[in-house]
Design a protein. Structure first.
Length: 382
């Protein structure tokens, strides 16, 4: 029944919301670091990590659905075309940011004698970026201007593995998806209860959220093979929607306060691996509910949100540089304003510049490479 979906409506909006949660997280993190008034104590401004997990679930969902369609339509998977499509979508902006953030900005700061000190030298990190392991830069050097790129590296590693598995194990896709989820969960449980495991090893394994992408893949598999209308399922009924949407909103807006005040919410939100798996499953449910369920209580398909979702990759990639620049230029000005005024001015300017830069990047840079994808396309909607 759902084998010929060309475009999943509403996902652009969710993509932008997730990107903006990352913006909020890093904005408050940098304001705190620079001794400016900040909102770091509020739950909404601490959701960067789960927003990235949402991206992983969404990527797993979309990529897996397209691969399932390709197997059905052609009987095979063109790994070459799959890789080229991913390269044209991800690499140009990725390497542009590496060039700007790891080379140009440090040189510029040195020229103006700004006291900011990069936590690494270009020669220390270039090979991590070239070989798509920017998560290692985060592990070894901590917070830095190109910190968001870690998730791009994780997705690239996942893509390298995922397409060949769909190609060579067509008849066992469900088993492979479940294996990824179960095996990674077992590893996380082991790490949580082990002593003496190197911290670097533990950090990298936790960052490689293949289980989140596999959960997205599982959602795609179940949708693709579903024979009945989604609306007939109890988990997509309106009462159940209210429960799930309430949980997600409570997690986003109140997890810090609720976890501190109520043991039930502390267990629900902070129970190590179980809470994370439940949250990523909730994201998979949200993706399917918004994009496929005709009776969804959440309607997000409109021109403004579609536009913002269309530039969300740029929003995610550029925002740290914009926040850093704003803090560098206006730190003194913001520090002399009232708390409310400084926050309003900061976010109005930040949002405007991030959207403007992302729009120009999409139109003048990214779209050129995206236009080349057509010759390597198998399915619509890629």
């Amino acid at each position: 029944m759902y084998k010929q979906i060309h475009h999943f409506l509403g996902l652009n909006a969710l993509r932008f919301f997730a990107a903006f949660l990352v913006v909020l997280h890093h904005a408050e993190q940098i304001r705190l670091k620079n001794d400016l008034f900040n909102l770091k104590n509020f739950s909404l401004f601490n959701n960067g990590g789960i927003a990235v997990s949402f991206f992983f679930v969404l990527s797993g969902f979309l990529i897996s659905y397209l691969l399932l369609k390709e197997v059905k339509q052609t009987g095979d998977i063109s790994i070459k075309k799959f890789y080229v499509r991913r390269i044209l979508r991800i690499w140009p902006l990725y390497f542009l940011l590496v060039f700007i953030g790891a080379l140009i900005i440090p040189i510029g700061l040195d020229l103006i004698n700004h006291p900011y000190e990069m936590p690494y030298h270009f020669k220390d990190v270039i090979f991590y970026y070239i070989f798509f392991s920017p998560f290692m830069v985060n592990v070894f050097f901590g917070h830095h201007l190109l910190e968001p790129l870690w998730s791009i590296g994780v997705e690239e590693v996942f893509y390298i593995i995922w397409a060949p598995l769909f190609k060579f194990f067509k008849k066992h896709i469900l088993a492979i998806i479940l294996f990824f989820i179960v095996f990674k969960t077992i590893i996380l449980v082991y790490l949580a209860n082990s002593i003496g495991v190197p911290s670097t090893f533990t950090s990298v394994l936790r960052m490689l959220e293949f289980e989140s992408m596999a959960i997205g893949g599982l959602a795609a598999y179940l949708v693709y093979h579903r024979k009945d209308a989604l609306e007939s399922s109890i988990i997509f009924s309106k009462p159940f929607q209210l429960i799930m949407l309430s949980f997600i909103l409570l997690r986003l807006f109140g997890f810090k306060y609720l976890s501190e005040e109520f043991i039930f919410f502390d267990i629900l939100f902070n129970f190590q691996i179980i809470s994370k798996i439940f949250l990523t499953c909730s994201f998979a449910w949200l993706i399917v509910n918004v994009s496929v369920n005709k009776n969804s209580l959440v309607k997000l398909n409109n021109k403004v949100l579609n536009f913002l979702g269309d530039i969300s990759y740029g929003v995610y990639m550029y925002h740290m540089l914009v926040i850093f620049a704003l803090t560098l230029v206006f730190k003194t000005t913001l520090s002399h304003m009232t708390n409310i005024s400084s926050t309003i001015v900061f976010y109005v300017v930040l949002t405007t510049i991030v959207i403007l830069v992302s729009t120009l990047s999409k139109k003048l840079f990214e779209n050129y490479f995206l236009s080349l994808k057509t010759k390597f396309r198998v399915n619509q909607g890629e």
